[in-house]
Write a protein that binds this ligand. Sequence first.
Ligand code: PLP
Length: 428
Amino acid sequence: MYKNFEEFLAKEYKIDEAIIKLCLDAESEITPVFAEIDETAQYNTLKVLRAMQKNKLSEAHLASTTGYGYNDIGRDVLEAIYADVFGAEISLVRPQLISGTHALYVALSGNLRFGDELLSPAGKLYDTLEGVIGVRKTKNSLAENGITYKQVNLKPDGGFDFDALEKAIGKNTKMAAIQRSRGYDMRRSFTPQEIKELISFIKSVKPDIICMVDNCYGEFTGIAEPGNAGADLTVGSLIKNPGGGIAPTGGYITGREQYVENAADRLTAPGIGREIGPGLGSVRHMLQGFFLAPNVVAGCLKGAVFASKVFERLGYEVSPRPDEKRSDIVQSVSFKSKEELISFCEGIQYAAPVDSFAKAQPAPMPGYVHDVIMAAGAFIQGASIELSADAPLREPYTAYLQGGLSWHHAKIGIIAGVGKLKREGFIR
Ligand SMILES: *Cc1c(COP(=O)(O)O)cnc(C)c1O
């Protein structure tokens, strides 16, 4: 028995007591931000609860189908609940959508035809999408299928470049892909309000452009979602925010009926679309995870704010800063060297519930250009809603920290990571 948490943590993880004190002092200064996070979680819990009640979720829905998955009533009600929460007409929520990248690919390729152009109106898209689009040469990319791509970068101040956008939109521009989260970039995440301004502008130039938002890491960080901001399609991963750490796999595509149907035809087959797709026992987990997700996201946000405050105090460059408005759960911290970055990621790994004895190592990853170090000891493979730190090994040596199934675990992991940096002499 230890006398309290501080002593327990210091002894078990061999953490300098001054570091623990610095972290706990930092925590006491961010309580107003925590209060706001709790308010958002409270609102979103009610939002999800009401969607479950209005759609008359019942025990019978928690069973699941196999084979073709015809008449999977649990899957159907899950999809209706997602549509309501995300401000959409219909949705596709499936274990057969294996990842965020897969869901985004299905949404894009289902809606783009030979000769169409895809526009990124707000800078570079997530690394894995470069292979999907063909920015990085791959077999079977959209480019190989006759779909062109144009990108309008953000202005130096981080704002949207409306003049350049107006010039970039042409008669073939069919879709716009907007990434809410920062991804592996130093830019801010976009709030639904900012996304609304961007979509309104795009539609004022050419009203029939299908505006798709990559919502990965953004769900439930505020009370609005992209569907409330005029997005025609909203896409994300269930091993991130909306799966609540419980969904074993899956992705979602929500939005206007016609566009979601087009995506469904690509996922299964033309003429069949959403009619098939067995729940395979995952529907209950997806529902339960969705129910918990607002609260899990709140824990992640608290962890992110805490890390931001602690590292800012220690003199590191952090983004967002502790009191900055957030529209995703990602926190970046820039380290001074590759060695320091790797050391911190190892610290996060050692504080994980699963594979805590493993040493995180940089390695090549499918879909990424640089070697990536990914520290995660997760119950669900690769789930970054669980406490995790990823970093492509390139300058600046920035770690992207996210997740935490509970605020209490996020806090332990971050203090353990900082304690390790101190022990190894990276912090004086
Ligand atoms: C994680 C992520 C993706 C891709 O998701 P995977 O599940 O890793 O394929 C796409 N966009 C953003 C912004 C993400 O954070």
